[in-house]
Design a protein around this ligand. Sequence first.
Ligand SMILES: Nc1ncnc2c1ncn2[C@@H]1O[C@H](COP(=O)(O)OP(=O)(O)O)[C@@H](O)[C@H]1O
Ligand SMILES: [Mg+2]
Length: 252
Amino acid sequence: MSDATTPILQIDGVEKHFGGLAALGGVNAQVDSGKLTAIIGPNGAGKTTLFNVVTGILPPSTGSIRFMGKDITKSSVHEISRLGLARTLQIKSVFHGMTVRENLWIAAQSREGVFKPFKSAKSCRAANDRADGLLEELELTHLANQEAANLSYGDVALLEIGIALATEPKLLLLDEPICGMGPAETERTVAKIKELAQRIDIVIIEHDIEVVFDISDDIIVMALGTVLARGTPEEISRNAEVRSAYLGDDDA
Ligand SMILES: Nc1ncnc2c1ncn2[C@@H]1O[C@H](COP(=O)(O)OP(=O)(O)O)[C@@H](O)[C@H]1O
Ligand SMILES: [Mg+2]
């Protein structure tokens, strides 16, 4: 179990090579439980690749990853998900032909299936209850029977988060969840993420620096496949290296 002294996520010397390209060139990073952590860095810095490696979608070339103290470097996507690590994708991936409720139910049911090879009436009810709970928590109940294809961008983003939450994770990784949203949708989604962070550990990749400084307790700055800096928003905003490499010292 993780406790105050064990980071929920510990990444040591992780490299990921695509042919000759080192997308990750030796990442050392730590995510503490009870904090909302943001990962920032320019396009191509390796942020999404890091999520892919941590969640088992891509095997790292070298290095190790621990989740709640357990080595998951060689674990499969399903094993990692079962341990309590979930993510959303940079590209939205809901089932458009299904309703909001069906999307959540399928996600909740698939978790039940992990434990029960034969789906019982009880596991169906558990999935129903979980879908209803998520609709309520995300304030999507009024859209439960809408086809996902008809949702606004902000509602799709919340549904994506709901699908990830259906597996009841301890740590949730969000890859640019507000990308492409207008100000009102951004505000609503950010408020929901803050609220969720009260009960679950969250790591968010986000490029809107105002949002990042607003919501995060801890910031990891990536550049060229490595971690440039880690600290509180205040520390990061004062870090000279980060300012010149990323924030743009001219207008900072
Ligand atoms: N599956 C892949 N195959 C080859 N190159 C990839 C793959 N995924 C990412 N890359 C490359 O790795 C680098 C880091 O990409 P990515 O992790 O998506 O960056 P970020 O999310 O920070 O924008 C980029 O140069 C990208 O083109
Ligand atoms: Mg990315």
